[in-house]
Design a protein around this ligand. Structure first.
Ligand code: MLT
Length: 333
């Protein structure tokens, strides 16, 4: 809580401005609980939206999937029954497969990579594609860090250690295939069901960033963390395209500017807070293991087996090559 309070200090000052009685309040669905990057992005967005619109527009966050599971919120926003949602990008991929390029294993290797891709030309293309495919517009990005593996049974440092563990993954083909490449048949499950499944030991483990493990209190039901780096989690803020189109040009610009401000705040939030959260999880009894041999076995299996399977879905191998070369790397083999 304290980290968030510190983060939003500036924002709180803006919120303290009195809003006009007729301010429009938008509903913003948030998949995670309090204390993580999704809530931080949402709070920064609301503060910036109020400032940009002179208090004419504001928003209210509904945490912990109160407005529906992350994938369901995409459909709700597309049909205009929900205004905004903040959710993991892997939960948009089923509706807009080209976004999957950012969830292919070991494509994004750092926060700088994530920011460069989302805030540059490639991010812009994905925004346009998502409007077309899914009827939602990405207006901001939360950066949440690498999805680390957690489980309740044992330390995992090799692919061999993973065998026999029941791992929950989102309903996302790329992530399912990645675990299969490591010899595990994972259990696809909606995000909202995950805590209970871990608690009741229906599944042994899952992966999500440190910030999310903390926000969801997974330390209460998971003991071991493995520092995998296969996906750097990006969590977009989306607006119903129908709602966006219904706004005046001036309001649209205010919404976009607020999204940009929230993105910047999210970037600073992760850089400032992730290592503290990691320490906090250790102090609560979690044990952290690094993958053996710099993760090479995980990397080789996943990139060789998974990348080619998704070339068609993401729009061709050249789409991945474009991403890799824009990050200064070699095209895929
Ligand atoms: C998932 O695992 O479904 C998502 O990453 C959850 C999230 O949005 O934090």
């Amino acid at each position: 809580m304290t980290i968030l309070t510190r983060f939003v200090t500036g924002a709180v000052a803006v919120l303290a401005l009195s809003l006009p009685a007729a301010a429009t309040e938008y509903r913003i669905a948030v998949g995670d609980g309090a204390g993580g990057t999704q809530e931080a992005l949402g709070k920064a967005f609301i503060a910036a939206l109020e400032e940009e619109s002179g208090g004419e527009m504001t928003g209210k966050l509904f945490l912990n999937g109160q407005l529906g599971d992350e994938q369901d919120t995409v459909t709700a926003a597309a049909t205009g029954t929900l205004d905004f949602s903040i959710l993991a990008i892997n939960n948009i991929t089923p509706f807009s497969p080209s976004v999957g390029t950012l969830t292919l294993p070991y494509v994004i290797l750092s926060q700088d990579d994530a920011e460069q891709l989302t805030q540059g030309e490639i991010g812009q293309q994905m925004i346009e594609q998502t409007i077309e495919d899914a009827g939602v517009r990405i207006i901001g990005w939360a950066y949440s860090g690498f999805r680390v593996l957690t489980n309740s049974k044992r330390p995992v440092s090799t692919v061999d250690d993973l065998q026999g563990l029941v791992i929950r993954v989102p309903k996302n083909e790329i992530m399912i295939e990645t675990y299969k490449s490591w010899g595990v048949n994972p259990t696809p499950m909606a995000w909202g069901e995950t805590f209970a499944a871990l608690q009741q030991k229906v599944v042994d483990g899952q992966d999500n960033p440190y910030m999310t493990v903390y926000a969801m209190k997974f330390d209460e039901v998971q003991k071991y963390i493995t520092n995998l780096h296969y996906i750097f989690s990006i969590e977009p803020l989306i607006i119903s395209e129908a709602l966006f189109e219904s706004l005046s040009e001036e309001e649209q610009q205010q919404v976009l500017a607020a999204g940009e401000a929230a993105t910047k705040a999210s970037s600073e939030f992760l850089r400032a807070e992730e290592s503290k959260i990691k320490e906090e999880l250790v102090s609560r009894g979690m044990e952290i293991t690094d993958p053996a041999n710099n993760e090479q076995e995980f990397i080789d299996l996943a990139t060789t087996a998974v990348w080619p399977k998704f070339y068609d879905q993401i729009g061709g191998k050249e789409v991945l090559d474009n991403v890799l070369t824009s990050l200064g790397r070699e095209p895929a083999k």
